[in-house]
Design a protein around this ligand. Sequence first.
Ligand SMILES: Nc1ncnc2c1ncn2[C@@H]1O[C@H](COP(=O)(O)OP(=O)(O)OP(=O)(O)O)[C@@H](O)[C@H]1O
Ligand SMILES: [Mg+2]
Length: 455
Amino acid sequence: MGLRSEGDRDRRGGARAGAPPRVDAAVARFMLGSLAAIAVIVVGAFFALRDVAIDEAIGDTRDRVGAEARLVEAAGLRNGIVRGDPAALRHLDDLVTAQVIDDSIVRVKLWTRDGRILYSDEPALIGDRYALGTEERELFDTGGAEAELSDLAEPENRYERPQGKLLEAHTPIRTPDGTQLLFEIYQRFSSVNASSARLLTALAPPLIGGIIVLVLFQLPLAWTMARRLQRGHREREALLTSAVEASTQERRRIAADLHDGVVQDLAGVAFGLAPLAADAQRRGDAAAAGALREATATLRQGVRDLRTLLVEIHPPNLESAGLQVALSDLLSPLEAAGIETSLEVEDLPRDRDPRAMEHDTLVYRVAREAIRNAQAHAAPRAVSVAVTRAQPAGTRLVVSDDGAGFDAAAREQRGAEGHLGLTLLEALVTQAHGTLDVRSAPGTGTTVRLELPAR
Ligand SMILES: Nc1ncnc2c1ncn2[C@@H]1O[C@H](COP(=O)(O)OP(=O)(O)OP(=O)(O)O)[C@@H](O)[C@H]1O
Ligand SMILES: [Mg+2]
């Protein structure tokens, strides 16, 4: 099982420190959301209004068929029409073409109850027979009028197809001798789209105006909130950095105190004891001379040990000694303990890359933690450290050991007990826009991989 630092960090939800949220991006997202809402409202309103307009148009056509039917009944219909008398047909046609057909009404049909077309302004239809729908047949008994969208696929409507979308309306009328016929008109639909667009244009200004006012009120709010978030993020980052810095400074202070106090004193005492041993020897007091020499040797060893400790709690100045030396100092205690070590450092000329120093500090910190962890927890046979540089300024560090390895649960538990070596580093690395990948599994060793991008 591999352990990825990203996932671990997310689960703990603790020291996460990505790039701070951008205010302009947050506000842009808010604006985009508002625009999308406006678009949804406008499109939705158009279709809703269109439905209303269609209903209105159907009602309008129904009224219209009643009015035209009264006109035809009063002035155009003769008894001969039922027999197909040419004079009666001509008389009706004159009235229809002169007074009924116009820009909006494009066709007229006159039906018998059994579905024969007695008259139409399209002569080809006269005499044709089609089954009338139930609703139309019922009109002969109930009277009144009904209207609907025309189905232009019907064969009776084949001559209307070029007109585009149409509404059709029927109503019964009577010849002078009382024969019932069905009067039908076809009205253009285009007026419906026009009227819904008209309704929308009327409604749009208050609607859009209202939304704009809303957005204008919310915009400063969104801006302030994004700013507050960003500030919180920065403060958290600063706190984290200063926590890490504080511990570094504390180490530095202890190292300085030790160096200037105890180490100097002990070195001085050892220095003072050496001639005393020589004196005792000269006096022939072999026992005193031996004791003094031993004390001097112990003191010198103590001073050496203290100096080693100093190097550990306050690392050598990276800038003067370089990463290679600093890392090899870190590895020397492992070598002393019989662990096989390997170190490869690809050095970049500093003057060519001013960011190298910044990277090197982080590389050193991560390497130090990984090496310490290997020594403390892994009991490895070998540990390797490699630093490679990608052009122009990226850096990669890989520290691997062949020791015990660990699983996420173990680390989680140690983390809960306050052991946060890796966790704190992850936060630092993320802050430097890098990635820290810790892969391990019980029995397979551990690999810590740090990638720092060119910025
Ligand atoms: N190289 C490794 N081999 C085996 N186990 C490891 C290794 N590195 C880390 N671990 C495990 O992960 C845990 C967490 O490591 P981390 O460095 O975060 O804390 P720590 O070393 O226990 O304490 P601290 O670093 O704070 O002194 C360790 O306690 C150990 O169980
Ligand atoms: Mg550790």
